[in-house]
Ligand binder design. Structure first.
Ligand SMILES: Cc1ncc(C[n+]2csc(CCOP(=O)(O)OP(=O)(O)O)c2C)c(N)n1
Length: 580
């Protein structure tokens, strides 16, 4: 609204889109142009409030926006053209969807009158994206654009967050067709009302169960980070003195270096976390999905436990494991109410039982405790590389991981003390996520140490983004645990296929250090463990370019513990020669 006249400004669809994004508080959008979005790009060119980051592949735009959202809690924004631009974005949309990440993706579409006629670069984006979005919509009248933007952000960021696609036919953005610009203050939707509070009666029952527990575990997931409830979770755990385990997505929700933290749980969880879960009498699951990477065989899951399950999304509760006490609500408000009720309760924690439980957990910790064989070969151990990284960054870097063994080693050995620092594709497991994710974080947190932990397989899935990195001067550190193989595939082949390495050896790898230099960055090779710390420090000191640190690690190494397929949570391989 123009203040002088109180009359709405008259804008084209493209201009309205830019203005609405600005009014929504957006600073950066990540994208790639093409025919159907050229009017929008022209409108972008004629304003200075929204900054556009030009990637080299649309998938990277989605991961940049996604990682910004994971680090900041606010939706990231993507702009791509129709057809191949839109389909290239699908992997990133699905990645965000699986991890409930808020994102608004604007896709160009062919002219309205051409839709359905197999026009050049036409794909049915509303149809293609349907299974991997929280919501999608197509603009049918340019006047609706501001309200649709407002609605898209509201849906993406409220309740259980997720990606929203807005498909815009080219004729909705014609530069010479102007409409009154009205940006709504708020959104009201009759069909969508996420819960704002948990049921107090259920919370009271949960508190009673917790206070009676003798072998309890707090199992918290990515929902605690998304729901900004780390503080409440930590307070609750400290008040109760209960052990805490985090999922891969929940790392950092409770301090990783705290004595009450028993490590990650699940397929590559710690021995003590999986043992504690299996033997627990009460499990408090908070913002966690009880997915197959955690439960192992559902029928053998935690036989003695009463399950309390808090989640914002009613569809997540009892989806995989029947909850004994469901609480639907935002985790932050539910945990706050639990804390209040605990304070007022006349009952208290069974201290003696909890002491005995901790004695048992300490014994489990001693048995395995995340050890690895440092002495069984002269080759550098990937675990040691991550431990050294944690040491030189004081555990305070943003770690953006790719997918594979390196991801699990980073999850196990970095020890995240803060939420929003561990940025990885947990649900979809998207190789190629790491580098663009690190770029998205670095752009928005320019002074932070941002490290992409990757493998030589994953990094090649979006390595072209080194060019984007150069253009925007993003000093990300790429730490490649180079084992010469698709390591996680090789591990499975070792364990299940008598070491028949079918297509897991990566022949003809480039000289990554030289490749990084060709893009205008710095390349460093590390072959000896003694050199690692000083080279990492040298890399972290470089602030004007990216640094590719190619670390040669032992290809024989496996990620342990590893749950035995179809077993219970406590059936684990602990090394190449031991199993529970
Ligand atoms: C896009 C995609 N394709 C295939 C896979 C299956 N996959 C999971 S881990 C992995 C190997 C990753 O190798 P690398 O990046 O070198 O990491 P490493 O396991 O050696 O640490 C593969 C192929 C995947 N997760 N994502």
């Amino acid at each position: 609204m123009s203040k002088s006249t109180q009359q709405p400004d008259m804008l084209s669809g493209g201009e309205m889109l830019c203005r609405a994004l600005h009014d929504e508080g957006v600073e950066y959008i990540y994208g790639y142009p093409g025919g159907s979005v050229l009017h929008i790009y022209d409108a972008l060119h004629q304003q200075s409030k929204i900054k556009h980051i030009l990637v080299r592949h649309e998938q990277a735009a989605t991961h940049m926006a996604d990682a910004y959202a994971r680090a900041s809690g606010k939706a990231g924004v993507v702009l791509v053209t129709s057809g191949p631009g839109a389909t290239n974005a699908i992997t990133g949309i699905a990645t965000a969807y699986m991890d409930s990440i808020p994102m608004v993706v604007i896709t160009g579409q062919v002219m309205s009158h051409l839709i359905g006629g197999d026009a050049f670069q036409e794909t049915d984006m509303v149809g293609i994206s349907r299974p991997v979005v929280k919501h999608n919509m197509m603009v049918q009248d340019p006047k609706d654009i501001p309200a649709m933007i407002k609605k898209a952000f509201y849906i993406a960021q409220s309740g259980r967050p997720g990606p929203v696609v807005i498909d815009i036919p080219k004729d909705m953005t014609m530069p010479n067709e102007k409409f009154p610009y009205i940006f709504p203050d708020r959104v009201k939707m009759r069909s969508y009302n996420p819960v704002s509070k948990g049921h107090s009666g259920q919370i009271r029952k949960a508190v009673k169960l917790l206070l009676k527990a003798k072998k309890p575990v707090i199992y918290s997931g990515g929902g605690v980070i998304l729901g900004k409830a780390s503080e409440e979770l930590t307070k609750l755990a400290r008040t109760l003195r209960f052990p805490v385990t985090n999922t891969l997505m929940g790392l950092g929700a409770f301090p990783g270096t705290d004595d009450q933290f028993i490590g990650m749980l699940g397929m590559h969880g710690t021995y003590e976390a999986n043992m504690a879960m299996h033997n627990a009498d009460v499990i408090l699951a908070v913002g966690a999905r009880l997915d197959d990477r955690v439960t192992n065989k559902v029928s053998k899951f935690c036989p003695d436990a009463t399950l309390i399950h808090i989640d914002i999304d009613p569809a997540s509760i009892s989806k995989n494991i029947q909850a004994d006490l469901p609480i639907v609500g935002p985790v932050q408000s539910v945990l706050s109410e639990m804390l209040e009720q605990l304070e007022q309760s006349s009952l208290s924690v069974d201290d003696e039982a909890i002491d005995q439980w901790w004695t048992q957990i300490s014994k489990w910790r001693e048995r395995h405790g995340g050890r690895y064989r440092k002495d069984d070969s002269k080759k550098m151990k990937p675990q040691f590389v991550i431990e050294t990284l944690a040491k030189v960054t004081k555990g305070d870097a943003y770690i953006c991981s790719d997918v594979g063994q390196h991801q699990m080693f980073a999850a196990q050995y970095y020890k995240f003390d803060k939420p929003n620092r561990w940025i990885n594709s947990g649900g979809l497991g998207t190789m190629g996520f790491g580098l663009p994710a690190a770029m998205g974080v670095q752009l928005n947190y320019p002074d932070a140490d941002v490290v992409c932990v990757t493998g030589e397989g994953s990094i090649q899935m979006n390595i072209q983004e080194l060019s984007t990195c150069k253009q925007y001067g993003l000093p990300v550190k790429i730490l490649c645990l180079n084992n010469g193989y698709l390591g996680m595939v090789r591990q499975w082949q070792d364990m299940n296929y008598e070491s028949r390495y079918s297509h897991s050896y990566l022949d003809s790898l480039p000289d990554f250090a030289k490749l990084a230099e060709a893009y205008g960055h710095v390349g460093i090779v590390v072959e000896k463990a003694e050199e690692l710390e000083s080279k990492l420090k040298e890399a972290l000191a470089i602030r004007d370019r990216a640094v590719f640190i190619d670390v040669r690690v032992d290809p024989e190494e496996h990620v342990y513990p590893m749950q035995v397929p179809n077993g219970s949570m406590c059936d684990m391989f602990l090394s190449k020669t031991e199993r529970t």
